[in-house]
Design a protein around this ligand. Sequence first.
Ligand SMILES: Cc1ncc(COP(=O)(O)O)c(C=O)c1O
Length: 386
Amino acid sequence: MFEPVYLDHNATTPLDSRVLAAMLPYLENRHGNASSRHEYGRAALRAVDQAREQVAAAVDAHATEVIFVSGGSEANNLFLRGAAAAMKPPQVAVSAVEHPCVMKTAEDLARGGLKFRRLAVDDEGRVSLATLAQAMPQGPGQSGALVSIMLANNETGVVNELAPLTELARARRAWFHTDAVQALGKIKIDFRALGVHAMTLSAHKIYGPKGAGALICDKRIELKPQIAGGSQERGLRAGTENVAAIVGFGAACELAVADLATQPARLAALRDTVDRGVSVLGATLFGVDAPRVPNTTFFAFPGIDGETLVGKLDRAGFAVASGAACSSGSTDPSVVLLSMGQEPELARGAVRVSMGRSNTTAQIEAFLATLAKVVNELKQLTAMAV
Ligand SMILES: Cc1ncc(COP(=O)(O)O)c(C=O)c1O
């Protein structure tokens, strides 16, 4: 296969060979069902329990707070739908830049009668304390509102400072969830210091397998299971555990934590090189005045369509994304950028570069040289068309 340089790690990451090695026995002879009461079952259960410890340790949570699910989308759905059904809160408030699996779920709850607040963001994509304060239920006896604000944005990489927001939410007796899918492995995460009640994680963004994730959830949150059946995951998520994927998720978490000592600084240097390079070429960069995860940069060249640029870069040997991967194929401008106050025309040009473990300085230099060539060609074509 033609293998372009991979610069789309926020969409997914390659499986780490050490993670694969940890998983293989559970795809071969250790094939037991973790609920079975014989040695095959006990071995599977031990492996799931070890992974639970590894995942909890990666975010400074307790193992009993980990609910294994199929990924980030399911964890976000489980929290929002599960807490809404069990606790019947008066309202749900989510930031305007959430991933569709949060936004569409909240909109769905609104159709079911729950009051829905879309929290506006500033021009870097962050929710302010004043915006959250204004959106909280004001009346006496109003408590238990659900709030979901992501830790790091998948498109811009911008990191929300959650601690002041969670403090406010707790004072208003709201339940605060954060989607930390794009933060895990990129910045240090401390479940308790953030002050959140629940947090979403996904394995395939941290060199783990696709199809595994977790909702980290404070025991005081009541959840109605969204998949009924067996009593797996304390009765909160029925279905025979995907043992191999869960083991892979645990191993990936351990490696991600170890990597925090070196990778963020290395990736931030590469990211800064991209930022400087694209600015020189005339790009507008998004979210650069806010703290960002170290691997991500999001930019647009005025007058150049993002999809076209991504297609040309792909053919020239570089795999990058236009807007969010989940909405690729649609020509709608990025909702994240529109919410940040960007013009639709510029937002349509957005391109995301998200780097990872295997990327090198030489690859980034080659990328910038190719980008300069492609952008010049497209500018000439645009000039001829007018
Ligand atoms: C911020 C964010 N949340 C949730 C998801 C969904 O995670 P998963 O693919 O594991 O369902 C993604 C994936 O792109 C994401 O970027």
